[in-house]
Design a protein around this ligand. Sequence first.
Ligand SMILES: Cc1cc2nc3c(=O)[nH]c(=O)nc-3n(C[C@H](O)[C@H](O)[C@H](O)COP(=O)(O)OP(=O)(O)OC[C@H]3O[C@@H](n4cnc5c(N)ncnc54)[C@H](O)[C@@H]3O)c2cc1C
Length: 450
Amino acid sequence: MADQPHRIVIIGSGFGGLFATTALKYARNVQVTIIDRTTSHLFQPLLYQVATGVLSQGEIAPPTREVLRRHKHVAIQVGEVTDIDLENRTVTSEAPFGPDLVTPYDSLIVAAGATQSYFGHDEFAVHAPGLKTIDDALELRARIFGAFEFAERETDPDVRARWLTFVIVGAGATGVEMAGQIAELAHRVLPEQFVNIDTRTARVILLEGGDEVLPSFGGKLSTYAREELERLNVEVHTGVFVTDVDAEGVETNSDDLALRRIGAKTKVWAAGVEASPLAALLAAKSGAEVDRAGRIKVEPDCSLPGHPNVFAIGDMMTLQDLPGVAEVAMQQGVHAARMIRRAIAGKGSRPFYYLDLGSVATIGRYRAIASVGPIKLNGVPGWGVWFGVHLVFMTGFRNRASALAHWGVSFIGRERSERTITLQQAIGPMAARRAALYERQADLDEQSSA
Ligand SMILES: Cc1cc2nc3c(=O)[nH]c(=O)nc-3n(C[C@H](O)[C@H](O)[C@H](O)COP(=O)(O)OP(=O)(O)OC[C@H]3O[C@@H](n4cnc5c(N)ncnc54)[C@H](O)[C@@H]3O)c2cc1C
């Protein structure tokens, strides 16, 4: 029927999903449903600042309903997508409460992103959380600030040393940013706030399997980043692979015996990514291939082979060796939305072309690197570019204003205003241990009375 709206389902309210939705704002006669397991749009590049107490979670993850409140033709559905039926054109989602929902579509955009990869060792995750979600950032924040608190009340010097040792695995942007921030906490923010410990004795150890830090920048910028990290008292070790992780530390394959076993209570995993499981699901159903990171190979216009009305975009797809960065997801979101509008208008599809606007990574306060085409910047100019880019791309004026205030407090001043640890986080592990002890005692009592 001519006046039936064209039903567009978008999976994911991250960069790809949000930019696709906003690119459809003025499309006529469409009904958009955006499905995400969270209620917010997450600005992942600033997760490390939540994990280290600079920003609050609300500043980098505004509610999707608020962000899209002026998009009258958009319905928002909270739920985990568990199935996509390409033949009958439906998406199934589940939530902890309420029924499973089956949502029909005429066009589908899947922008479900990527998750942390432990290279076949998912058991490491318990001791070394990654940094992909707000939950991860709050967990790490509690572990990092908690480590200083528990070191303060520890009397055994060996255990105290383990509380004051932080190991970061992987020297990509996330690993470098986390290492730089934890070092700044130990050396600049916390020293005067503790009595029994000197936080400046904390060790921050960055382990990287490759030859250099920030390998995607390479050359002089990578060398600069390493030197600046070392100036911040971060111990950087390249060519070292982590082979095991437990509650008390990590093991590595290093030739240096001192690095074979590193005692550290706090570990951060920033070493690898793999595509959302929805990529494998779509590949199995469409006959498309996946690469080693589980990303689905899409057609030049980002659609699935044999399914011109279904698009996979952002971190979960692979096309022309494009990097897994926000800019790719945003531009592909806009492109997929345009291809759907063209299809509705009876026009043919067009290939996606990526406009590389450059990349930035920060090492610490006033220290960053930026690569924009032939222009390479470091130090304060690099940091200026980082600052501007992040301010421009943050969602919402209120979030920008509030982040500016927090950056002032943290970078000009010496404070971290967002370092709350909830009782659940601090006492929860203790309560769990006590419950396990009670359970064991009850078992023993039962056995002895039998
Ligand atoms: C710590 C960190 C730092 C980064 N720093 C930078 C940087 O400095 N510069 C840069 O360009 N890029 C950076 N990136 C990468 C960038 O954030 C990603 O490339 C970008 O977010 C990809 O966008 P996307 O839309 O593909 O996926 P995402 O933004 O990850 O969005 C995926 C969405 O899908 C939802 N979802 C997933 N599975 C399901 C499901 N089954 N059902 C329902 N919903 C689902 C998720 O909840 C999420 O909201 C960083 C990433 C991380 C993790």
